[in-house]
Design a protein around this ligand. Structure first.
Ligand code: OAD
Length: 247
């Protein structure tokens, strides 16, 4: 009997020494955190320019903070799902050979046990001073009413996340570049992302140009599916544990 696409992809992953996993909102969907796009996506009912841009924040910082506090409640109530845990398990085998590059700000990869994670869009639990740029660790400043949140000096604070119209941190780009310079990934996993951002597309293309086996897991294949050797149209929480070999 011919091995199935899932078996072949699982074999590639089992043999891999370097893996780049690019994750997006879809991997946290099964933890109860809404995605941004798609039928029930946040951007259907909320305006990203009002709630996730420097201009929107300047116009109404309290409104932006209320929205982030609402999302933070969801994140606090959420636990990692089998998809996050499968990636953490993979890191136990691969060590620094696995880099998780996530667009999520929820910290669920780390909660599942992943350590080699770059949160390229920041973290919703952290707060940053708009005057000094000082970053406060999670829970150092309570994110609660009255909004907007302020630093102990009374400066206006903002969520330490990347908004539309802002660029991602240079350190994140350098970390990915370092990882790629350390050897071509044997496998690139694209999990639960629409791949809208050019930097995500570029990293995926860089892998696809080399001998990397490209695997997408997404119930609605993304733009990046064209680059992939295997596309699994299913939920990350179901597929990733099977790919990693823990059914
Ligand atoms: P999106 O909301 O754009 O896409 C989520 C993807 O996950 C979609 O392709 C869904 O089909 C897929 N999906 C849904 N449920 C899934 C599941 N159970 N398993 C696997 N996939 C599933 O999220 P991102 O691509 O992460 O940025 O969006 C990127 C960025 O756009 C976010 O970081 C955020 C947003 O605007 C900023 O706020 C700057």
């Amino acid at each position: 009997m011919e091995p199935s696409s899932l078996d072949r992809a699982a074999e590639r992953l089992a043999a891999a020494r370097r893996v780049l996993a690019i994750t997006g909102a879809g991997i946290s969907a099964e933890s109860g955190i809404p995605t941004f796009r798609g039928a029930a996506g946040l951007w259907k009912n909320y305006d990203p320019m009002q709630l996730a841009s420097p201009e929107g924040f300047e116009q109404d910082p309290a409104l932006v903070w209320e929205w982030y506090a609402w999302r933070l409640d969801k994140v606090r109530a959420a636990a990692p799902n089998p998809g996050h845990r499968a990636l953490a398990r993979l890191e136990e085998h691969l060590g620094d050979g696995l880099l998780v590059l996530t667009q999520n700000v929820d910290g669920l990869h780390q909660a599942a046990g992943s350590r080699n994670v770059w949160e390229i869009h920041g973290n919703i639990r952290r707060v940053r001073c708009t005057v000094t740029d000082k970053v406060y660790a999670p829970d150092e400043i309570p994110i609660e009413a009255p909004f907007p949140v302020r630093t102990p000096e009374g400066h206006l604070a903002r969520p330490d996340v990347v908004w539309f119209g802002e660029i991602i941190r240079l350190e994140a780009v350098e970390a990915v570049d370092r990882f790629l310079a350390g050897g071509t990934p044997d496998v690139c996993l694209l999990v639960g992302t629409t791949g809208m951002f050019p930097y995500i597309q570029r990293w995926a293309m860089r892998c696809a140009q080399s001998a990397t086996t490209m695997i997408e897991i997404n119930p609605e294949p993304s733009l990046l599916a064209q680059l992939c050797d295997h596309v699994f149209e299913t939920n990350a929480g179901q597929c990733l544990p099977r790919l990693v070999g823990e059914t």
